[in-house]
Design a binder for this molecule. Structure first.
Ligand SMILES: *Cc1c(COP(=O)(O)O)cnc(C)c1O
Length: 431
């Protein structure tokens, strides 16, 4: 008997490449059929076969309040009843921009767009236009969306420029991007010593969340700030994932660093397509219509999407919101870690605010090479056993996990108990 999930996936593959509209959803790294989701409420989602899961993906980060929060849904519905899009300015966009500038002191001006990819692509163009330079530094394992300049992997030598990491990206574009190791401030200093006068920008995930979770050494972020200041390069914090996920002041507040430009997405849309880039006034003054750097969007600042985002940002300002979110995220990590330890499994876990990393490796990784040392087979077994037991984690060992305010202590205890059982079976029955 084939399940509805399987039927849908077969249908999907006939009309959508790989059956999905974003590659990680296809379960290629873990194998099997992805559940097709029918609905979500709070901490849970339900698939086409009627199976319910405790969700630790949260649409890859945006759903910090859980699924279908009544106030967020009502805000979007109310906005929808007044019209879906105008392509003209609306008051709610101003409210959103005012709120973002108030919550993040590094933002003097901010522009709304519809995806994180657009935000980072535009921030890079702006940094290049502002500095009149072409070169870009990024870090191995960080993901900044799928624009050409950013789909680049390290070249053959330490300080050689990059190669495309995707088909369709001209080598001539990748050549402008230097890819260094995350947390390696010496490499950054060397790169600036060699190319500083030509470097337009450094773009970094201040807490990396697209190679599983890799926490920054505070000195690493400080060194990026110092080098960019010294050479007049633009420091871009890509906070599409960390923004309002690791705390109300984002990662820049947590680590006390003032970037020149910040990109936001995910949480600021509350599950709808809203992203943003913003920063220092003199840099933002170079963007159209004020300056020569072009950027635009038919649906930018869409009133429905902004209503959902604004409502989310209002709710996460409740006193103690992030204290509670962080407590629960830590409890989940500590619980699974202790369960693994009881069964002698090489495992570690850590969290920053409401995002977390689980690693089949005895120590938390500090860069991409260390993430690659995690036991991928052990992860795949864990992933599928947890999915069968009704606990939905990201279908790849290279993704972070996300807690929501809707997860209860009982939910977390259930997930920890399920993990304990999975580890017990793996060890006693062998794999
Ligand atoms: C998700 C993500 C992006 C891309 O955002 P999309 O909305 O998927 O285009 C960019 N940067 C970071 C750090 C992200 O986590």
């Amino acid at each position: 008997m084939t399940s509805r999930n399987q039927q849908f996936f077969e249908r999907a593959r006939k009309v959508i490449p790989g059956g999905v509209n974003s590659p990680v959803r296809a379960f290629r790294s873990v194998g099997g059929t992805p559940p097709f989701i029918v609905s979500g409420r709070g901490s849970r989602i339900t698939d086409a076969d009627g199976k319910s899961y405790l969700d630790y993906v949260g649409s890859w980060g945006p759903l910090i309040l859980g699924h279908a929060h009544p106030k967020v849904v009502a805000a979007a519905q109310e906005a929808a009843s007044r019209g879906l899009s105008f392509g003209a300015p609306t008051e709610i966009e101003v409210e959103m921009a005012e709120l973002l500038c108030r919550l993040l002191p590094s933002l003097d001006r901010v522009r709304l767009v519809s995806s994180g990819t657009e935000a980072t692509m535009s921030a890079i163009r702006l940094a290049r236009g502002y500095t009149g330079r072409d070169l870009l530094i990024k870090f191995e394992g960080c993901y900044h969306g799928h624009s050409d300049s950013l789909l680049v992997k390290a070249g053959s030598g330490l300080l050689t420029f990059g190669n495309p990491s995707s088909g369709g990206v001209p080598a001539s574009i990748a050549q402008h991007t230097l890819v260094l190791d995350y947390n390696d401030d010496e490499a950054v200093e060397q790169a600036f010593a060699q190319h500083g006068e030509r470097i337009a920008a450094v773009i970094v995930e201040p807490v990396a969340g697209n190679m599983n979770l890799v926490a920054p050494r505070p000195e690493f972020l400080q060194s990026l700030r110092a080098q960019c200041t010294k050479y007049g390069s633009v420091l871009i914090f890509d906070e599409v994932m960390t923004g309002f996920r690791v705390g109300l002041a984002c990662a820049q507040g947590l680590y006390g660093i003032h970037p020149d430009l910040t990109t936001l997405g995910k949480v600021i849309g509350g599950g709808m397509p809203v992203a943003a880039f913003g920063g220092r006034r003199e840099i933002m003054g170079k963007i159209a219509p004020l300056g020569p750097v072009y950027q635009a969007g038919t649906l930018s600042g869409n009133p429905l999407a902004v209503a959902a985002g604004l409502s989310t940002l209002e709710l996460i300002q409740a006193p103690g919101f992030f204290v509670e979110l962080e407590r629960k995220t830590k409890a989940l990590c500590a619980g699974i870690e202790a369960a693994a330890a009881r069964h002698g499994i090489a495992f570690s876990a850590q969290s920053v605010g409401g995002m977390f990393g689980l690693y089949f490796r005895s120590e938390c990784p500090k860069n991409f090479a260390e993430v690659m040392q995690c036991d991928q087979d052990a992860f795949n077994l864990f992933f599928h056993a947890m999915l069968d037991a009704g606990h939905y984690f990201a279908p790849s060992p290279f993704e972070a996990g996300f807690m929501s305010a809707a997860h209860s202590d009982t939910d977390i205890a259930e997930t920890v108990a399920a993990a304990e059982e999975v580890f017990r079976v793996q060890v006693t029955e062998g794999r």
